[in-house]
Write a new protein. Structure first.
Length: 269
């Protein structure tokens, strides 16, 4: 079992499923939020390739490079003491060949301090997953709606609504498990399909837009904090309205400067 002050390992994550404990996962991209999320006691921090959208301002995750992932993972690794830190392998950093995947996943572990990597893809990357695990790199899978496939899907559409598609996603889940992954993200699939996969697999499922029956849940941290308030996703629950707080703080500070109230005597040397 996971205990306080002991870094969470992949074995803890797997055991949490057996014990019926929900796995709490959240993204982070910098030392500030990674430290706060870690101190809040979550189990897993993912340096998601969503950084392309929320940090870099791209319209999708396609432009993210392995050097970007390493840069952001390194910042998080400096402060994360307990949570399992996972680097998300960006588009075309592992699809070319098993050698390419080994090289780049190895960099995430050696240069950045990740303790596992996440790869999008089903049965077609099972051999890559197997090889990474064989050399000592724990892998988290990611199936269902795979954001790196956005140009094939033509948008971020729910996957697995049709029965043939649902069967393929189930086969993908089993292939990734059999290849040795320690957990698997299920993104934007029908609730019932996520429940069926969760029941079938021995490894934990971590859901995003996949309903409540997964073994754990993950969100993009800026969505949870209400920072990315230009979006209104059905599957997100905001626990703060940080974007509005930031606007209000900057507006109030500007007003105080203009009125001569800031800085005051106590704030000066
Ligand atoms: O890139 C990301 O942030 C992700 C999670 C939301 C699962 O893949």
């Amino acid at each position: 079992m996971k205990s306080e002050n002991t870094p969470v390992t992949v074995n803890h994550i797997i055991a949490m499923k057996r014990h019926g404990e929900k796995i709490i996962a959240l993204t982070a991209y910098d030392a500030m939020f990674a430290r706060l999320e870690d101190e809040a006691g979550i189990d897993l921090i993912l340096v998601g390739d969503s950084l392309g959208m929320v940090v870099q301002g791209h319209k999708d995750t396609i432009p993210v490079t392995i050097d970007d992932t390493i840069y952001h993972t390194r910042a998080c690794a400096k402060v994360v003491k307990q949570a399992l830190l996972v680097s998300d392998m960006p588009f075309m950093s592992y699809q070319e060949s098993i050698e390419q995947a080994l090289h780049n996943a190895g960099r995430c572990m050696k240069e950045a301090g990740a303790r596992a990597v996440k790869l999008e893809g089903g049965a077609f990357i099972a051999e890559t997953v197997r090889r990474l695990v064989e050399v000592g790199i724990p892998v988290m899978g990611h199936i269902g709606m795979q954001p790196q496939m956005v140009n094939i899907y033509g948008g971020y559409k729910i996957q697995g609504k049709k029965s043939e598609q649902a069967k393929q996603i189930m086969r993908d889940a089993e292939a990734i498990q059999n290849a040795g992954a320690f957990s698997i993200v299920l993104e934007k699939i029908p609730r019932q399909l996520a429940a069926d996969i969760t029941k079938k697999l021995k490894i934990p499922t971590i859901g995003i837009a996949a309903g409540p029956d997964c073994d754990g849940q993950i969100l993009v941290n800026y969505d949870l904090f209400g920072l990315a308030d230009q979006f209104n996703f059905k599957f997100v629950r905001r626990y703060m309205e940080m974007a509005q707080d930031v606007r209000n703080a900057v507006a109030k500070w500007s007003e105080d400067i203009r009125s001569g109230d800031f800085p005051n005597d106590d704030e000066s040397f």
